[in-house]
Every structure is written in structure tokens, then in C-alpha cells.
Design a binder for this molecule. Structure first.
Ligand code: TXA
Ligand code: MG
Length: 341
């Protein structure tokens, strides 16, 4: 049985005790809900992989209360790396994750046997209070079954993971609605492994970006995934960027890929990024505008919830808008590229 609980001092303390006892707790963050465990407890971390059906070769993000806590878990020994971490102070707490050389204090289960650990300082007040109540960092992937849509509301978590968690702390709907930006510092500059809540344009204000980023392409990732299925592996830059991801159960296409002769509007769930005329909207079996005005922060905030609602509608096909690939648009299009494959 699942408990969606309102966060207050006593429920947050109870969550910290469940985590200390090796159980999983679903937590709100400013990006998406996370499925948290004590990052120093390999048995607890193993429960995350089992609950999500996540391949063991896909490492987890470790969440800490403040950047000061990072050096207990990661090695920041060279000057260039120290400079990157200092620059990150401007964006932390917030939706930024940095891949760093790991210390022995982080078990291999968290990093999929690899030599690096991804760390993030989240700013959601409930997550901050929980981290303050825990004498350990929290390993937490998004709180969804592997390859499905990340949860942005407590109810989304309850729909798929209720049998696996001690409780779900309800922090309301997540502000950003897309996951954190994952970066990897190198001596040549910072590489973006996953576009997310912090845009490339924001990163450029604080870091030297490496020219070629190493986003895994679909062709490469499928081969790599086949070869490494279930095998701990440190050679993938960011194993989570595999091709099929963020998928609703129903087929989903961009609006320009939709053939209305094959699937008429009355069988389509339509997600637009600005308002449609009443006439146009009424043609569809279901319609929501993620923003009235095309504001991409609003679109990101609503997108995953609307993808779930569209999936649950009577539609045969989900049809979604495209947007520019700048600012928040880069993360939105990254997720939709994966969903529409
Ligand atoms: O916003 C977020 O980042 C959310 C919230 C809960 O913090 N978490 C999240 O976790 O999205 P997850 O597990 O769904 O995605 C983490 C991504 C994956 O693509 C994973 O492969 C990558 O980060 N990652 C984790 N550790 C890594 C490492 N050591 N090196 C490279 N990539 C890593
Ligand atoms: Mg995820």
C-alpha cells in the first residue's frame, strides 16, 4: 500500500528513518520526482534497479545538500576540475548534475562499476529538508519504470512504483518538468551529456564548453546497449541517453509526421505548445495546450503530465508540436526525439 504524504517535519523525519533502514522513498525535486535510497547502502541501491527494471549498467545520480558535501564522495584534485566545481556554485542548488571521479565511499552499485559519480545539489525545499535529515547522500533516478515517462507529480509515481516505496513525499508539481542537465568536465572544456533544466546558453555563461559534445547517437547507442546489456560498464559516456526513452504506450509523432488520412483527428490526442482555435481543438478526441503563448518553460513544466494524460485518453495516436532547440527547447526536443522514435 502506498502513502502519498504531505511533507512536514514529522513525515520528513519518518522518510529519513525509512531511508536509513534501507527502504526506498519517492521524493520531489525541482526537475522530476526521484526514487531515493541511501547512496552508501548497496542493498538499498539494488532495490532502485529492481523497482525500475533498470539495466545495471546505467549509473545513478547522487544528491547532496550543498556543494560543500561533494568532496566526501568525489575527488576534485586538479585545478581545472576545481575551477569547474567553483563555477557550478552559480547554478547550484539547481537542475545541474556534474560527472566527477568517484571516491571509494560511493559503492560500485551506484556508478555501475564505473570510475565516476554524477552529483547534484537539488533546490526543492522538501528535498533539501530531507537531505538535511539524512546523514548520507541520496542516490535517486527519476521515479518511473525504466524507459517510460518521468513523473512530475506524486500521483504519477503512485501509478507505477507504489509497491516499491515506503512513502511518496508530495511536493506538488515539479517546477522544471524535465530532468537536470548532465555535464562532464574535461580538460578541453565541459561536455553536455544530457540537455536539461539548465540550458546550453546558461552553461556558456559559466563554463568553457567543449566543441564536440558526446551525446550518444541512436545507431551507436543501440549497438552499445546490445553489447552491454546488464553488464557493468564504464565506457559509456552517459548510458541513460540510450535511444528508446520517455515513451508513452501509445504511438507518438510530431505534428508534421502525422498523416490525417491514416489516423483522423477524432482518434488523435493533440498536445500543442500554444493555444488552438476552439474550432481546431474540437476536431481532436483530446487536446491540451502546454502553454497558451508558446512559453517553453511552461511547455516543459506541463509536457510529461500531458503525455501521460494523452496516453490514458481514448486516442490511437498522440500528436505533439515541435519547438526550437535553444534554451529550454533543447531539453524538450531531446525528450520528444526519443519518445517519437
Ligand atoms: O533531474 C534529474 O536529474 C533527476 C532527479 C531525480 O534528480 N534524476 C534523473 O536520474 O533524471 P536518471 O537516473 O533518470 O538519469 C540520470 C542520467 C542518466 O542518463 C545516467 O546515465 C546519467 O545521468 N549518469 C549517471 N551517472 C553517470 C556517470 N557517472 N557518468 C555519466 N552519466 C551518468
Ligand atoms: Mg530517468
Amino acid at each position: 500500500m502506498t502513502l502519498i504524504v504531505q511533507p512536514d517535519t514529522s513525515s520528513i523525519q519518518a522518510a529519513a528513518e525509512s531511508l536509513a533502514a534501507g527502504q526506498l522513498v519517492a521524493v520531489p525535486t525541482e526537475t522530476v520526482y526521484g526514487l531515493a535510497a541511501d547512496a552508501t547502502n548497496p542493498a538499498a541501491v539494488a532495490k532502485i534497479f529492481a523497482a525500475k527494471g533498470r539495466p545495471a549498467n546505467n549509473p545513478l545520480i547522487v544528491h547532496v545538500a550543498s556543494s560543500k558535501a561533494i568532496e566526501a564522495w568525489a575527488k576534485i584534485e586538479s585545478n581545472w576540475l576545481r575551477n569547474v566545481c567553483q563555477a557550478a556554485e552559480a547554478l547550484w542548488p539547481g537542475p545541474l548534475t556534474i560527472v566527477l571521479p568517484k571516491r571509494e565511499t560511493i559503492p560500485d552499485a551506484v556508478t555501475a562499476g564505473g570510475p565516476t559519480v554524477a552529483v547534484r545539489v537539488p533546490h526543492h525545499p522538501v528535498m533539501q529538508q530531507l537531505l538535511a535529515a539524512c546523514p548520507f547522500p541520496l542516490a535517486a533516478p527519476s521515479a518511473n519504470r525504466s524507459n517510460s515517462i518521468s513523473p512530475t507529480r506524486a500521483e504519477h509515481v503512485a501509478q507505477s512504483l507504489s509497491d516499491h516505496v515506503a512513502m511518496i513525499l508530495d511536493g506538488g508539481s515539479c517546477q522544471y518538468g524535465v530532468e537536470s542537465t548532465v555535464i562532464r568536465p574535461t580538460e578541453r572544456g565541459v561536455e553536455i551529456l544530457r540537455p536539461g533544466g539548465i540550458s546550453k546558453e546558461q552553461l556558456q555563461q559559466h563554463f568553457e564548453l567543449a566543441e564536440a559534445t558526446t551525446l550518444i547517437t541512436e545507431a551507436v547507442s543501440d549497438k552499445v546497449q546490445d553489447r552491454h546489456q546488464g553488464v557493468p560498464n564504464s565506457s559509456l559516456p552517459s548510458p541513460g541517453m540510450l535511444s528508446k526513452h520517455y515513451s508513452p504506450a501509445k504511438p507518438i509523432v510530431f505534428v508534421d509526421q502525422w498523416n490525417a488520412d491514416q489516423v483522423p483527428a477524432r482518434s488523435v490526442a493533440r498536445i500543442s505548445f500554444s493555444s488552438l482555435s476552439a474550432d481546431e481543438a474540437s476536431r481532436f478526441c483530446w487536446h491540451r495546450a502546454a502553454s497558451e503563448s508558446g512559453d517553453l518553460n511552461q511547455v516543459a513544466h506541463q509536457l510529461f503530465d500531458f503525455m501521460r494524460q494523452a496516453d490514458n485518453s481514448a486516442c490511437q495516436l498522440i500528436v505533439v508540436d515541435r519547438c526550437v532547440r535553444t534554451g529550454m527547447g533543447a531539453a524538450i526536443m531531446d525528450r520528444l526525439d526519443r519518445a517519437t522514435r
